[in-house]
Write a protein that binds this ligand. Sequence first.
Ligand SMILES: Nc1ncnc2c1ncn2[C@@H]1O[C@H](COP(=O)(O)OP(=O)(O)OP(=O)(O)O)[C@@H](O)[C@H]1O
Ligand SMILES: [Mg+2]
Length: 293
Amino acid sequence: MSFIQVLDESTINKIAAGEVVERPRAVVKELVENAMDAGATAITVEIKEGGLSLIRVTDNGKGIEKEDIPNAFLRHATSKIRRAEDLIEVRSLGFRGEALSSIVAVAQVELITKTGTSLNGYRYIIEGGAQKSLEEIGCPDGTTFVVRNLFYNTPARRKFLKTPVTEAGYISDLMERLMVSHPDISFKYIVNNQVKLQSSGNNNTKDILYNLYGRDLVKDLLVVDSESEDVKIKGFIGKPIINRGNRNFENYFINGRYIKSPILIRAIEDAYKPYMMQHKYPFTSLYFEIEPS
Ligand SMILES: Nc1ncnc2c1ncn2[C@@H]1O[C@H](COP(=O)(O)OP(=O)(O)OP(=O)(O)O)[C@@H](O)[C@H]1O
Ligand SMILES: [Mg+2]
């Protein structure tokens, strides 16, 4: 008698979804990263009820070919790498081919997409991993994902979430970071039908910091612009007078990706130490560019 069985695809996807999309913020992050990987220069994110009832991400990127639409939602399906060796110099934000399959396992998803070379676009509906429909429609170039009723089929996970206001707050923090990390992309962020944040995409980080944090903060920023053989560092650091009781103001990005690095944090905070009170943390918005290979 055998007790061990391989799980079915839908169960596997639901379990994986728990890791990739632990809360609405993760859905927004994955969809926006996909939009960036698709070369979008304008991205709109709209949420309702903290992302629980609705998350809509619209981009003007390259779109998805009709033949690729169902495949995009399969587990381990990606256009970004072909083999393990590609990982060494991967330039895209995604590469696992896991995000969309995880999201559709635990939500009702609508995709509207059109490539530049196709005459018309397509609308695809998939719920809990099950395809519902694929039809031709007229739409602009680019891609829209609408994610409704997140965790509708995993009530235990839904119970685990905080209030919609708190979940929306997590998404707002993420949106701020995304705007700061990609000043070349025009973002619009809409919460419960109201535009909450917007950036122009004019590549001026200072404008974005001004919009997010106000004039008082921006006047006390110092420009960082330095280059060595292996790494370019650009961005801003704050004078010690701008400080916070937590590390929310300390942001680091490598090749456009927001990162947390204990080594970097340590180095920067050590440098600030003589100028800063104990348990206060500096403002940094630093962009590192390193050749992936
Ligand atoms: N907004 C988009 N525009 C164009 N293509 C997209 C978009 N979103 C997803 N895709 C396509 O769907 C595929 C699957 O997306 P998914 O996010 O699941 O995987 P990935 O981005 O390749 O890897 P990861 O799981 O690390 O995010 C992508 O490889 C890409 O080809
Ligand atoms: Mg992805």
